[in-house]
Design a protein around this ligand. Structure first.
Ligand code: 5GP
Ligand code: ZN
Length: 169
């Protein structure tokens, strides 16, 4: 009798193990998108771009401001006591592609630079907004960004490494 039960188990257990597992909870819809993406069908990201990853929340950042068009976050290597980067959520490589941004996003970028300066009390003593554009300006991250820097008396050029500003091509 025990041998028969063992034989039955040996036959049926592998069959049970091959059955597909039952779903325990319904999976979230694959197409779920943040509201700001739905509000801006023109939005697109570049798959290899670190700033697009920050926008999507898959790379870390210390965000200080966000709306549905722009994000502002601390520069990873600040060159002044306050050094914030303001970027559009939509990927363009730099100011040389500005015409690809909706006019409202262009306005939102300038507005965010002002909001950041105000938030960090830079409007009282002064600050600088810099957009390095292309190779001659030593742009290193090809996603449009504005450096908002201040909090101390700024040197002639706080972004470019001293001595490199006038290096030959
Ligand atoms: P650019 O040289 O292109 O004008 O400035 C790029 C800036 O992006 C640099 O100041 C650099 O420190 C900053 N940066 C580069 N990678 C990251 C990052 O992953 N996170 C943050 N928060 N800043 C970054
Ligand atoms: Zn990007």
């Amino acid at each position: 009798m025990a041998a028969k039960a063992l034989l039955t188990a040996l036959i049926f257990l592998p069959l049970l193990a091959c059955q597909k597992p039952q779903a325990v909870a319904s999976a979230p819809a694959q197409s779920a998108q943040p509201a700001w993406v739905l509000a801006h069908p023109e939005y697109h990201a570049h798959k290899d771009c670190i700033f697009c990853k920050i926008v999507a929340g898959v790379a870390p950042s210390k965000k200080v401001y966000e709306d549905d068009r722009v994000v502002a976050f601390w520069d990873i290597a600040p060159r002044a006591p306050i050094h914030i980067l303001v970027i559009p959520k939509q990927h363009i490589r730099s100011l040389d592609e500005l015409e690809q941004l909706p006019v409202a996003t262009r306005a939102a970028l300038l507005d965010a630079c002002f909001k950041v300066a105000k938030e960090f009390h830079l409007t009282e003593r002064g600050f600088r907004v810099i957009a390095n554009t292309g190779a001659d300006a030593n742009q290193t991250v090809p996603h449009l960004h504005f450096h908002v820097v201040g909090g101390e008396r700024l040197l002639e050029d706080p972004i470019t490494i001293p001595g490199k500003a006038s290096a030959p091509r």
